[in-house]
Design a protein around this ligand. Structure first.
Ligand code: SF4
Length: 81
């Protein structure tokens, strides 16, 4: 499972931080930070989701009010949002 975080879209409500500890607060920027991610084009941050964090990652994606977090399965199919 893979997560993509669109930092540009994030409005810093920090619901994701409460759901998965891979998301951290950047209070100065008013944005979440996705730990251990790689930045790709367009302010997208991506990383693999460990097996034991899949539920937390899904909850974080569902909690985001602006759909800044997308979850993909290993076949590349988008599961959330
Ligand atoms: S829940 Fe969404 S908008 Fe809020 S901090 Fe996380 S990614 Fe940003």
């Amino acid at each position: 499972m893979r997560v993509e975080y669109d930092k540009d879209t994030c409005i810093g409500m920090f619901q994701c931080v409460a759901e998965w500890d891979a998301f951290e607060r950047d209070e100065d920027a008013g944005k979440a930070v996705l730990a251990d991610s790689e930045e790709t084009d367009g302010d997208l941050f991506v990383r693999e989701v460990p097996d034991d964090a899949e539920l937390d990652a899904k909850f974080a994606a569902r909690a985001c009010p602006v759909d800044a977090i997308a979850i993909y399965d290993d076949d590349g199919e988008q599961l959330i949002p």
